[in-house]
Ligand binder design. Sequence first.
Ligand SMILES: [Zn+2]
Length: 300
Amino acid sequence: MKLAVIYDDVFLKHDLPTHPENALRLKYFMKPIFEAELPIIKPKQVSYELLRAIHSENYITDVITSCRERAPRFFDPDTYYNQFTCDSALMAAGANELGVEILKSGEFDAVFCAVRPPGHHAERDRAMGFCIFNNVAVAAVKALSLDFERVFIVDFDAHHGNGTQSTFYDNPNVFYFSTHQYPFYPGTGSEKENNDHILNVPMGEGSGDREYMEVYSGIFRKTVREFEPEVILVSAGYDLHSDDPLTGLEVSDSGVEFVVSQIVESAKELSVPILFTLEGGYNLRALERCSRISMNVITS
Ligand SMILES: [Zn+2]
């Protein structure tokens, strides 16, 4: 596929070096992208109207005013902010908005938003789990507004995307498919929460390549085919990797390659564009390898 990466150094300014979700993650993730000389596009800030479709006005105002403080502080026990967090978060959401516009234009048929902070835990009125604004939800709402009639979100981050699920729980035009360690943080994502357009596939601790290959070659491919989306969005969290320090899944490099390949094959089979946005992944070396693997699969 013809791939563009959306990235800006502003994503490195939201930082707390002692925290697992720190700026070094994105530096490592970008190495293979710079090496391969992939086209890099600068993001813009998300439009306020679009952000307001996903987050409450009070919460958006709270983020903007909080980030005036200089020393790192916390929205919740996991989620820090500093004086650059607001800029980074508005641009991370804006990268997803721009990414969908680029796909609609047809100039590229694949976009990777290499952004921080991540987004899939962010709820309508609160930050959570290292996430400030829900980036993939921004992409989905933007896609619907540009007449992509059915949007398929696949989330392979090791954690369940509670914020994404709750955003689209009552919207049958958006399918949310998630594999994640369960039971695990954030506690949601059981099969009991499934409906006709929400499909959680909980993975037990220690699940590895065999289990992931079965899910992604089987139920995942079948579900995408049946939903017939006009665009595919991917919450690409690489903390499913066996080297990740925060999680207990055992997916190897080749398992990650298999998962990404199945997603890209689905897009090719349906002739639809695809947008990836970076979520988790906390082992720097594994993150760099997963970036190289993903970019190779997408551009092949
Ligand atoms: Zn995660």
